[in-house]
Design a protein around this ligand. Structure first.
Ligand SMILES: *[C@@H]1O[C@H](CO)[C@@H](O)[C@H](O)[C@H]1NC(C)=O
Ligand SMILES: CC(=O)N[C@H]1CO[C@H](CO)[C@@H](O)[C@@H]1O
Length: 549
């Protein structure tokens, strides 16, 4: 007797059904196979071995195909690893080399998010740390590899320690991602800037521009192409030297602040390192030794670089704030002086801020209708980097294009996107029930103290007025100082004996404390005067281009 299920019975009876099932099986096999390969494919240059500018590389670009495999569930659904949205990317800029400086103890906390957000817009990017390593497919160079030990002195102890730790698996980071002693890491940092400059120039001697930033610097990537086109029209990058940044001054040495980023063009680099000396190791060693020696008795590497540019190249940094600036969205003092300006760089950017800034850029590109913008004369070959878009030799169309049509992303936009809705809006009652003009936040630092800070020492100065003396006594007096005695004050901050008053708008952030309300109060209270804030923002906004007053 044969036991047969109804299904196998019907199968036997219907060869057509069998046939259909077999076809379906084969089809789903191929579907599965196809889906598990190459859902997303992208091509990028292997800049770290031989960039398109490297000697001998010619115009041929070495490429690495990165294939990302999607996980395919048994039902054929792509479960994870898919891009949720196709990112909006502005044009990649190949003719600028981006050099990121970081350190082994912070690299994993900072650099990966840079690589995932704005870095792909700068295909020729080099990452420098104090320990050779990799992040994904990106090579990380050791910026100290060429530093002269006899000039650097005892600080290099820590560098050797890092290498021992790496070699012996001695715990560069613990399971919570905390790493080493930051202070020691900082001591090495000042030796890096000049060697990074030398190596970056050697790797890409034909680039028009070199932009140097830190691991906690963010760029508004899309603003950079129109910026560099405009700059190149005014100053030929191979003939007219440029060293631009946010100028700082220490011991009378002017220099571009490192975290804010500084831009150097080829003409300026040639003045520091003549072209015929580019591979002259004796010359380069001499140069490096001179500035390593200077670094060992100096505070910071960006200052040493400023000194080298001034002394040897005869090029002094030009102050180009706020395009280059040292704050992030919540620490920027928004004011008439920056509100309508385009943003080039942001600094002290926490990893989570970096993601938000990237989201903000994508939002603005779409909002401004600039997501598909390309300069006149741009072709697919430039897009892929197969043909070099040289700023020193741009297509004629780009030279005469009206760039005023381009809508840059402004500080105003950042204020609107991040802050406008978050600011406390409602003026509050005082402890004794009287209405005040201020909205407050307890345990919050809005950084008003960065503008005018009244404290115990400052009120001792001759000519201090009574309201200024009183302002440091308590929160109420500080608030009244802002509301009543300073017409241009729009926000205040009070903490034990410190009263900060500011005519600029700063959002700030929560102060860290796990304690009680009273302890929060000790940490500080921030107040804004909503009516004045609204009025001021309105005034600043009316001055932005395209704004009807
Ligand atoms: C290094 O310093 C020495 C002594 O001041 C100077 O003669 C030499 O030209 C410098 N070399 C470079 C490459 O800066
Ligand atoms: C987080 C932060 O920036 N805190 C600052 C608060 O204000 C005091 C001065 O009043 C600064 O010393 C802190 O650094």
């Amino acid at each position: 007797m044969m036991l047969a299920s109804p299904a196998s019975n019907s199968l036997r009876r219907s060869p057509l059904l069998v046939c259909i099932l077999v076809v379906l099986c084969i089809q789903s096999y191929y579907l599965f196979k196809y889906n598990s390969q190459a859902t997303t494919r992208y091509v990028r240059e292997d800049y770290s071995s031989k960039g398109p500018y490297a000697p001998g590389a010619g115009t041929k670009v070495e490429t690495v195909i990165v294939t990302r495999t999607a996980l395919v569930g048994p039902t054929g659904t792509n479960a994870v690893l898919q891009h949720i949205n196709v990112p909006v990317r502005s044009a990649p800029i190949h003719d600028i080399v981006l050099a990121i400086k970081t350190g082994a103890t912070v690299i994993h906390a900072r650099v990966p998010i840079q690589l995932l957000t704005f870095v792909p817009n700068f295909p020729n990017t080099l990452v420098y740390s104090d320990l050779k390593s990799k992040i994904g497919d990106y090579k990380v160079a050791d910026a100290l590899a060429r530093v002269s030990a006899d000039e650097a002195g005892s600080t290099l102890k820590y560098w050797r320690k890092l290498q021992d730790v790496q070699a012996q698996n001695d715990g560069l980071s613990d399971s919570e991602g905390k790493m080493g002693d930051l202070k020691e890491g900082w001591a090495l940092d000042k030796f890096k800037n000049v060697p990074i400059l030398i190596e970056t120039y050697q790797k890409f001697p034909d680039a028009s521009y070199y932009l140097f930033i830190d691991g906690d610097t963010s760029l508004i990537a899309s603003n950079w192409l129109p910026y560099l086109i405009d700059l190149s029209r005014k100053h030929d990058p191979v003939k007219s030297p440029i060293y631009w940044g946010s100028m700082a001054l220490l011991n009378n040495v002017p220099f571009g602040h490192g975290g804010s980023g500084y831009l150097i063009n080829q003409a300026a680099l040639r003045k520091l390192i003549p072209q015929d000396k580019l591979y002259d190791e004796t010359f380069l060693l001499d140069l490096e030794r001179n500035y390593t020696k200077l670094a060992s008795s100096s505070c910071c590497g960006d200052l040493v670089l400023g000194q080298a540019m001034t002394d040897r190249a005869g090029v002094t940094v030009k102050h180009k704030w706020p395009w280059y600036q040292g704050e992030t969205w919540w620490s920027i003092p928004y004011h008439e002086s920056n509100f309508c300006s385009a943003i080039g760089t942001l600094h002290h950017v926490l990893p989570e801020d970096m993601q938000e800034i990237w989201d903000f850029e994508q939002h603005m590109l779409k909002k401004n209708g600039m997501d598909k913008w390309r300069p006149d004369g741009w072709t697919d070959e430039y897009e892929g980097g197969f043909k070099q878009w040289k700023f020193s030799d741009m297509p004629r169309e780009a030279r005469s294009q009206d760039l005023k049509q381009y809508k840059n992303i402004l500080f105003r936009d950042m204020f609107d996107y991040f802050i406008a809705k978050k600011l406390p809006q409602e003026a509050e009652k005082d402890e004794d029930g009287t209405m005040t003009q201020s909205a407050r936040r307890v345990g919050w630092d809005n950084r008003s103290w960065k503008e005018t800070e009244w404290n115990k020492d400052k009120i001792k100065k001759e000519g201090t007025l009574d309201w200024q003396k009183d302002s440091i006594l308590n929160e109420k007096n500080c608030r009244i100082a802002c509301e009543t005695y300073q017409k241009n004050c729009i926000q205040w901050y009070y903490r034990d004996g410190i009263c900060g008053l500011s005519p600029k708008l700063n959002y700030g952030r929560r102060l860290r404390n796990d304690g009680t309300y009273d302890e929060w109060k000790k940490l500080g209270i921030s107040g804004w005067i909503p009516d004045r804030v609204e009025k001021k923002i309105g005034e600043w906004r009316s001055k932005c281009p395209g704004t009807v007053a």
